[in-house]
Design a protein around this ligand. Structure first.
Ligand SMILES: [Zn+2]
Length: 92
């Protein structure tokens, strides 16, 4: 009998859908307090995930969702920077 490997799943910050984390975009607050987009999905720190979808992304970045998810204040400039990077990833 073939062993089934468990695929790690995460909840999208935008739409709350659970999907395989490899398909998702990760935003992480590093141990030094930096908030960055993590293309490898392997950086240490508190992370949150969002679907590779423009609508989800916008929703995740609206209000104080990200601030609450990462438990750190995120100003409008940082938010704009993160959005730019995430949109770039979406475009491939
Ligand atoms: Zn989503």
């Amino acid at each position: 009998m073939a062993k089934q490997r468990k695929i790690p799943q995460r909840t999208c910050l935008g739409c709350q859908t659970v999907r395989p984390k490899r398909e998702m975009l990760r935003i992480v607050r590093t141990p030094t307090g930096e908030v960055i987009v993590d293309p490898t999905g392997k950086k240490a720190g508190r992370g949150t995930y969002v679907c590779p979808d423009r609508a989800c992304l916008e929703r995740a970045l609206s209000g104080d969702r990200l601030t609450r998810a990462l438990e750190t204040p995120i100003g409008p400039e940082l938010l704009a920077f993160l959005r730019e990077q995430l949109v770039e990833k979406l475009m491939g």
